[in-house]
Design a protein around this ligand. Structure first.
Ligand SMILES: *[C@@H]1O[C@H](CO)[C@@H](O)[C@H](O)[C@H]1NC(C)=O
Ligand SMILES: *[C@@H]1O[C@H](CO)[C@@H](O)[C@H](O)[C@H]1NC(C)=O
Ligand SMILES: *[C@@H]1O[C@H](CO)[C@@H](O)[C@H](O)[C@H]1NC(C)=O
Length: 346
């Protein structure tokens, strides 16, 4: 059975029959994407260790390399940053930022036959330079985009498989209305412009560099009902930890980023409120205030929590182990990334 059409357009749509049905029937499980974390056996090939060489630590910050088996149950993957292992590496993972302006930071030695170079990037196209210089160099892409060779989003929903042990939805009413955490404030960004308009109609508590500073692992956000998850730039599938942190904190995210349809690839439609659902910030503000007063309506945005839990992706351990699995699964294939710039910017 497909989920009844049910989108927030105006507060009036709360009365739509589809929504009522949804409440009565509970949310049916959607086919949401999860990263590939299974080893696919290749017939006739004995399983053996796969070595993944981490060429540079992203942004120059050293992070501890994971034991993929202990951490994720992924067997026979060796992750190393020892460049002396280059000739024997099955895969070399190269983070874009360190080679963006300096291609001499790429491996210089000839690439052994069968070795895969993985282009890893989690920045949006607006913050990604130098793509033209690396056309045709890589074997696999690894990004937040669903159509990457190795797909790994900033977070994802995991279906709760044992529905009889479900966690109840997050405690409904929260004392405070709307929070925003922002570190890089720029008047040029669409999100700052939207905030300015919205703040005319509803109080927004601003945290982060631009507002009240928020201690790490703060529980402050848990006191809020809604959370502004506004991306710094708008691109296909570019939905960052802002959204997933909001869901983890039990708040209902109000999103600005790619269009609603794009969010719906990753989330049940009622799990978030999109700024485009409303013709104006004033109507969005009214809707949030209405929900805050009306637990029955609010419930609609929380019911999905019975069916899914929220997974926040672990930078960079999960990236390396997911890449290692992909290298293993694609061992006998030949792959070349062509049109990197055209694809990534589309
Ligand atoms: C470019 O990378 C090479 C190799 O890592 C390094 O020796 C060189 O200093 C870098 N150049 C610049 C301008 O950063
Ligand atoms: C902050 O935002 C501006 C404007 O979008 C951008 O140019 C800059 O790179 C950003 N800085 C950081 C540290 O992300
Ligand atoms: C990897 O990419 C390079 C450069 O395009 C190509 O020459 C090589 O055959 C590819 N190797 C594999 C195993 O896909």
């Amino acid at each position: 059975m497909s989920t009844p059409p049910c989108r927030v357009r105006t507060p009036r749509s709360l009365l739509c029959i589809g929504c009522t049905l949804l409440l009565l029937l509970g949310v049916s499980l959607l086919n949401l994407p999860e990263p590939q974390t299974q080893i696919v056996p290749i017939t006739g090939v004995q399983p053996s260790d796969v070595t993944l060489l981490v060429w540079t630590h992203p942004f120059g910050h050293h992070s501890r390399l994971p034991d993929c088996e202990a951490r994720f149950g992924i067997q026979m993957c060796v992750v190393t940053d020892d460049r002396r292992l280059y000739p024997d590496a099955d895969g070399v993972i190269i983070h874009h930022r360190e080679i963006a302006t300096n291609t001499s930071a790429l491996p210089r030695d000839p690439r052994p036959g069968g070795q895969k170079w993985i282009w890893m990037n989690f920045e949006s196209p607006s913050h990604t330079r130098g793509l033209r210089r690396i056309e045709g160099l890589f074997n696999l892409t690894m990004t937040y985009r669903l159509d990457s060779d190795i797909f790994l989003p900033y977070g994802y929903l995991v279906p709760r498989r044992h529905t009889h042990h479900v966690a109840p939805p997050t405690r409904l009413q929260r004392p405070r209305l709307l929070a925003w955490v922002i570190s890089n404030w720029s008047e040029l960004q669409a999100r700052v412009a939207y905030y300015r308009r919205l703040a005319n109609y509803v109080g927004v508590d601003v945290f982060g560099q631009a507002g009240v500073s928020l201690p790490e692992d703060s529980t402050v956000v848990r006191r809020y009902q809604f959370y502004l998850a506004l991306e710094n730039s708008q691109h296909t599938d570019y939905i960052t930890e802002k959204l997933w942190n909001s869901l983890l904190a039990g708040t209902v995210p109000v999103v600005l980023g790619p269009p609603r349809e794009n969010y719906e690839r990753f989330l049940p439609p009622e799990a978030f409120i999109h700024v485009d659902d409303f013709p104006s910030p004033r109507l969005l503000a009214q809707y949030l205030q209405l929900l805050h007063r009306s637990p029955a309506y609010l419930q609609r945005h929380l019911a999905w929590r019975r069916s899914y839990s929220v997974h926040l992706t672990a930078f960079w351990a999960e990236h390396y182990c997911t890449a290692c699995i992909a290298v293993r699964n694609k061992r006998l294939q030949k792959n070349i990334v062509t049109n990197l710039k055209h694809w990534f910017e589309s």
